[in-house]
Each structure stands twice: as structure tokens, then as C-alpha cells.
Design a protein around this ligand. Sequence first.
Ligand SMILES: [Zn+2]
Length: 170
Amino acid sequence: MNFSRKELVQTEATMNQVRNAVFHLARLMEKNGIENSKERLRKMGQNIAKTYINYWKPTDVITLANLKDVITTIYQKVLHSAVSIEINEIEKVIKVRDYSCALCKYHYEDVKIAGCEILLGLVSELITLISKESQGSTQLLLKPYEVIESRSYGNKSCIQVFKYKMKKEE
Ligand SMILES: [Zn+2]
């Protein structure tokens, strides 16, 4: 995949934004309870997605058939990460495993929250926004669920879990 100069600049800017957000993490931990910190990090991710979509989106239409490709592309392009993805169509759950999660690179002694809570917000918002903008008759809405493993907890990889639902247009 080739990047235009403008896209490269935007990708860099986004990565910096995301990394900066990680540094807020430590501070958030001191001030707030964990539930509140999760909310804040996911919100940050959602806000980044709202900006990002003005510059780049991986596709115009998202369906269950291309969902894996779309998520893979987002991780590649925004985070320079190679991930493996499992979709459970019965539970409507998506599991993304990332062995080199950029957001959990730093290990804080007192960390009880994963940096990639931001990604839960970012990825789900990006996909939901694209889906809402597309002309398709069925929307695919993604929501953050949980980070079940994280390098910042001492696990080998990060596992980010999303829930999705299909919504038919009336
Ligand atoms: Zn992570």
C-alpha cells in the first residue's frame, strides 16, 4: 500500500496523538478510579477517530465479509501493527490480538489499565462512522468491550475485544 505525503504526515500526527495519550494514562491513574480512566481513554480514541476519518478511511462500505480486512488495515495503517483477528458470529464478538501493541510498550509499575483501551474507542468509532456514512442498507456498529490481556499487565500480547451489532435501515 502506498501513502501520499499528506497521508504520511497525518498518520504520523495521529500516532503522536495516540502516544501522547498514553502519557496521560499514568496521571489519570493517580487521579481517578479505573472505571473512569477506561472511559476517558476510550473517549480519547473516539475523538481521534472523528478527526482521522476526515483524512483517511480504509473503505467506503463495511460488511461482515470484509470486516477482518478492514480492521487489519486500520491496525496496519494507523498503528503499524500486524494483528490476528477472530470473529465470533454467535456472540457477536471480535477479538484482536496484537503482539507489539504500541500503546502498551511502557510498563508502569502501578498500572491497572491498558493503554490500548484507547484503541477500543478508536477502532470501534472509525468503523461505526464509516458504516453510518455508507449507503448500505445494513449498518455494522462496533462498541468497545474489554482489553482482556495486555503487555502492560505482563501478558505476551494485547487482546482487545469488541462487540458488534447489525442494524437494518428502515
Ligand atoms: Zn495494548
